[in-house]
Design a protein around this ligand. Sequence first.
Ligand SMILES: Cc1cc2nc3c(=O)[nH]c(=O)nc-3n(C[C@H](O)[C@H](O)[C@H](O)COP(=O)(O)OP(=O)(O)OC[C@H]3O[C@@H](n4cnc5c(N)ncnc54)[C@H](O)[C@@H]3O)c2cc1C
Length: 484
Amino acid sequence: MNQTAPGNSVSHRRKILIVGGGLAGLATAKVLSQYYGSQVQVTVLEARRFAGGRVGSFHDSSMNVTVDYCQHVALGCCVNFLAFIRQCGLENDWLTTSQLNFFHSKSGVIPVRPWKWLPAPLHQLPLLWQLPFLKSTQRYEVQKALLSLARLKLDTHSRRWTAAEWLASHGQSGETIRNFWNVFSCSALGDEVRQVSIEALRQLFVQGFAAHRDAADLWIPRRPLSEIFGVNLVRHLSSVGVEVRMGESILDLRARDSGCQVMTKNGELLAADHVVCAVPWHAVSRITAGVPELSYLKDAASIPSSAITGVHLWFDKPLQINEHLVSVGTVIQWIFKPSHDEVSRFVDDPIDASKSAHYYQVVISGSQANESAGNEALLDQVIKEIQHLIPGGKETRLVHARVVTDPRAVFVCHPILERPVARTPLPFFHLAGDWIDTGWPATMEGAIISAKQAVASISETEGWSAHDIFVSQPKSWLAKLVLR
Ligand SMILES: Cc1cc2nc3c(=O)[nH]c(=O)nc-3n(C[C@H](O)[C@H](O)[C@H](O)COP(=O)(O)OP(=O)(O)OC[C@H]3O[C@@H](n4cnc5c(N)ncnc54)[C@H](O)[C@@H]3O)c2cc1C
């Protein structure tokens, strides 16, 4: 793909600098090289020593293993992300399942599988009927609200409602909100329904669960994220001619009559025909502060963020769980048992050298609610819940633990959130990143869509031929009829 077209020598290619080597920045480079490889020369500038940004891992020196900062999953409805990993040859690094394993202290583990022989959205009926911790009145409440949500047409006024306001006006009790709506809202939108917009909640249920029979399939990484994105993706990019430079922190941007320059922390001034800024919402205004046309980006710093905590645990014995549990009514929201073995280790035990430590990761979204209690109290609570409630937990002893919180893990899809678009008033400066206006919450899918929007913006400035770069979500025939 990345071949020089006749008469299009390297020196005539448009020079594109991408600031930020997270998923959005790396995907911008991939899409540019895939569709316009002969017209561009692409360099990614990443501040850290590793590419990948939030999809990354750290080395735990006590156990001498590499674990993800936080477990990531994608859903089957993340069609742009899934196409992206296929195009980069990363598909085999993921496993997929359509079974969600719920856990409630009263009912134990409840595996729920959609009935894929029924057309969407009917295939998701088990989600309502097989959750024994919902009383029949609550199931009826949820069913009614889901039908209204599917038919809901949002206008400028209703877009400003929080999901909690809409749910309360549709007869949802506090208990139904706790046991059903918040479970999904926290996991997928990063916070409870009182913080997120009804638009975001609707999109989650309509696109994520109702539109297509594969839409809610869970895609789980089989390798550490740093290996998938920081190593394998970067290797793929360099094979298609993209340069990825680490340790290149960009201090500011300078606009010129044609094109622009960026100043690195090392004092280098780099010129480009286009710059794509793919840094998070809380970092963008620092880089663009000196450019009056971009002064509107200073508001991005005040976009509300939500914390996610990963509690990394090694036990002396295995828990009796499959690859994941969605826990309801507990501080624990998800428990993951990674499918790669390297994270579970042999323990240095002078008596029994064969003793192993089994790794699990607990994920808690919206974890700012637990911040005041501190990490130790949170860890105590998590261990207590595992040892009292989770199958196999009673017999276990904790070998090692680590609590990792990202206080700005995701932005909150608040109803009054105004997100900028990829195109800016400067035709050679473009935005990417999960936080720009993709219509998606902070997800890997949002990051990939934003990258495609940035490429579409460059192509518009240059007058290049348009390509069909976006993948749209398939819908079953019934979903087309019943969903607005
Ligand atoms: C704890 C946690 C759990 C999550 N779980 C999921 C999940 O299960 N599923 C899902 O789909 N999504 C999940 N997400 C969200 C997902 O990780 C993000 O939406 C996605 O990775 C965002 O990618 P990005 O490229 O937009 O931003 P980032 O990953 O933040 O990348 C931005 C990059 O810019 C670099 N940078 C910043 N400033 C500069 C500068 N001045 N110069 C050069 N480089 C700079 C940063 O170092 C970083 O590498 C989760 C996020 C977190 C934190």
